[in-house]
Design a protein around this ligand. Structure first.
Ligand code: DGL
Length: 259
């Protein structure tokens, strides 16, 4: 088990492997921090469960990391953020709980991006949080919100170059090919299949929450005086509720892969 310093560590949580795409940005932005990533792969996907189930699972995961003593938590999951972040923040008012949301703001602010496709889980697109986001940022654009059931679950399995994955993406969003200006990847699993999404939808700009989330963690730790002052690289520890060596190897494979 890697040695974590007394300067504290950051907990990162997702329903499964998707949050590793956010973790990559965190490590790039704040390389001296120590991270523990927890993926709830035994219960993934979250995006097609009930709100109550997602609330219960997300609360247990985040409370577990906080109880263990992390100095900040990143909920690296759009679905869990939408459902559980308000409750968790109310329970820990002064504690940094950083969530993610579909990157509609940068997508709509980019010039000439008028027709924007948003891919996300059914829950993320159903909840008020997303409707408010779309109202705030989408008024000058045409926002096409497309739920993608089954996609996060398929990405969980790895083997990302297999033809069945391309066919799944084609079935979900293929009909928009050639008609859109950009795509918002509103689920943290999807950055791992950028190449497949481009294969189906063409070479359009893709927006995800990684950079914005990493900047926000940086800002919050700095504000609290909680940045790790060490000079050497921090550590990354992976944990999964599907606690098998094969699953943890899969997590490390995703971490090493360019998202
Ligand atoms: N990665 C998650 C998200 O960003 C959830 C995927 C799932 O478990 O359905 O929404």
């Amino acid at each position: 088990m890697p040695e974590r310093t007394h300067e504290g560590w950051v907990g990162v949580f997702d329903s499964g492997v998707g949050g590793i795409s956010i973790l990559q940005h965190l490590v790039h932005e704040l390389p001296h921090e120590d991270y523990v990533f927890f993926g709830d792969s035994a219960h993934a996907p979250y995006g097609e469960k009930t709100d109550e189930e997602v609330l219960e699972l997300s609360t247990a995961a985040v409370e577990g990391l906080i109880a263990e003593g992390c100095k900040a938590v990143v909920i690296a999951c759009n679905t869990a953020t939408s459902v559980a972040a308000p409750t968790l923040r109310a329970a820990h008012p002064d504690y940094p709980i950083i969530g993610v949301e579909p990157a509609l703001k940068p997508a709509t602010l980019a010039p000439h991006h008028r027709r924007i496709l948003v891919m996300a889980t059914p829950i993320t697109l159903r909840l008020d949080k997303y409707h408010k986001l779309a109202e705030t940022w989408g008024s000058d654009s045409e926002v096409l919100s497309v739920p993608c059931p089954g996609l996060a679950a398929r990405i969980e399995k790895g083997n990302l170059d297999a033809p069945d994955l391309t066919e799944l993406v084609r079935g979900l969003v293929g009909k928009y090919a050639g008609t859109i200006d950009s795509v918002v990847l509103g689920c943290t699993h999807y950055p791992f299949i950028k190449h497949t999404i481009r294969e189906v939808l063409g070479d359009v700009p893709l927006y995800d929450a990684g950079e914005g989330t990493a900047r926000e963690l940086h800002r919050r730790l700095k504000e609290k005086g909680a940045l790790n002052p060490k000079q050497e690289a921090g550590t990354v520890e992976f944990r999964s509720s599907k606690d098998t060596p094969a699953e943890l190897d899969l997590y490390r494979w995703f971490f090493a892969k360019e998202a």
